[in-house]
Design a protein around this ligand. Structure first.
Ligand SMILES: Cc1cc2nc3c(=O)[nH]c(=O)nc-3n(C[C@H](O)[C@H](O)[C@H](O)COP(=O)(O)O)c2cc1C
Length: 364
């Protein structure tokens, strides 16, 4: 597909004001906001900016190979599209446009439990690598059916989000009175397999219904049951402590995503990039490590890989692209990040991702 280059956007953050100009304020605030004082949200960017790189020279970097494998699957670069709920809030084509852009870029899309299409409807976006992000429901029948449906529909990994026993207080949403429109929640509940949802509930009642359905004691025992349902690779998303990272590895998961949910859950946590080195040490190669939160530059990808991640996830930036220009906007965001990462690798003296190591990080 030919991408119409948006010349006013030369980096990922340039898409942010363009998206802001298009989206209604409550929708943009819902996308960009974090929990409470948004300290964690700011920290995610600040932490990347404080890290400095120490490049090597006189290496042959004429043809940098950006490709990698994650969960045994080939990716054109070490970037995964993070799960973001309800893409149709941001563009009428929603997730289907994102899925097409991701697959054309050779990347994997993690489909959210809160997606605006059913697991099976993604087939109409054509082939492509997809993972399914799972929120566990109180009703184990629904949870089990989701895992089985994902496997049957060809999804290639299950990514269980573990940082959301309750939803963080997102004050921008509270101030704007933002709740997802009723028709989106209605469709989502049907897609997820909920039957007998009273038809006459308004948005607030539906939101409370979803909150109650999600009120589950998600523990390491529950995880073992979930694992027993599928042979797909399993990732835990939302780990920040070394202790949990180590427990995850000893429970045999194939991957963890070091994440604070893009600053939307517990405010006041460190940035994932700052806890990554200790987590990599604790995991010691027992599972793959991904990281998200504040990745906006090719150099951020380089920093994350140097500090022990196999790949990063990006959230808001591809949604800015979606809002601005649908599939072409997402494609452009991914292309800009790819070009920045290629240049960062070359300037750092790395011809392929295996050459990205911790000696690239400058220590005072
Ligand atoms: C609007 C929005 C919706 C999100 N929905 C989900 C979700 O359904 N499941 C999930 O695990 N994470 C969700 N996340 C978190 C992202 O997967 C990811 O952790 C975060 O956006 C990464 O930070 P970044 O936006 O700075 O790249 C959401 C984030 C945003 C901004």
């Amino acid at each position: 597909m030919e991408t119409k280059q948006n010349t006013t956007a030369v980096n990922l953050c340039d898409f942010e004001p363009l998206a802001q100009a298009i989206l209604p304020k409550p929708v943009f605030d819902h996308l960009n906001g974090g929990a409470e004082d948004e300290n964690t949200l700011r920290e995610n960017r600040g932490a990347f900016q404080r890290i400095q790189l120490l490049p090597r020279v006189l290496k042959d970097v004429i043809r940098c190979d950006l490709s990698t494998t994650v969960m045994g699957q080939p990716l054109a670069m070490p970037v995964v599209l993070a799960p973001v709920a309800c893409h149709r809030l941001f563009h009428p084509e929603g997730e289907l446009a994102v899925a097409r852009a991701a697959s054309e870029a050779g990347l994997v899309l993690t489909v959210s439990t809160g997606a605006s299409f059913s697991l099976e409807e993604f087939a109409s976006a054509g082939p492509g690598l997809r993972w399914f992000q799972l929120y566990a429901f109180q009703d184990r029948g629904i949870t089990r059916a989701l895992v089985e449906r994902a496997e049957a529909a060809g999804y290639r990994a299950i990514c269980l989000t573990v940082d959301s026993p309750v939803s963080g207080r997102r004050e921008r949403d509270l101030r704007n009175g933002f709740i997802r429109p009723k028709h989106f929640i209605d469709k989502m509940l049907v897609d997820l397999g909920f039957k007998d949802v009273p038809r006459d509930m308004n948005e607030e009642q539906l939101q409370a219904f979803v909150g109650k359905a999600l009120a589950v004691a998600l523990t390491w025992d529950y995880l073992e049951w979930l694992r027993s349902l599928t042979r797909l690779p399993f990732l835990l998303k939302g780990i920040l402590s070394e202790a949990d990272a180590s427990l995850a590895a000893s429970h045999g998961v194939e991957g963890i995503v070091v994440s604070n949910h893009g600053g939307r859950q517990l405010d006041g946590t460190p940035a994932p990039i700052d806890v990554l080195p200790k987590i990599a040490e604790a995991v010691d190669g027992r599972c793959e490590i991904l990281l998200d939160g504040g990745v906006r530059r090719g150099t951020d990808v380089l920093k994350a890989l140097a500090l022990g991640a196999k790949a990063v996830m990006i959230g808001r930036p591809y949604i800015w692209g979606l809002a601005v220009d649908g599939q072409a906007g997402v494609a452009q965001v991914l292309e800009v990040l790819r070009e920045e990462f290629r240049i960062a690798m070359a300037l750092a003296g790395c011809a392929n991702v295996r050459e990205i190591g911790k000696e690239l990080i400058f220590r005072r």
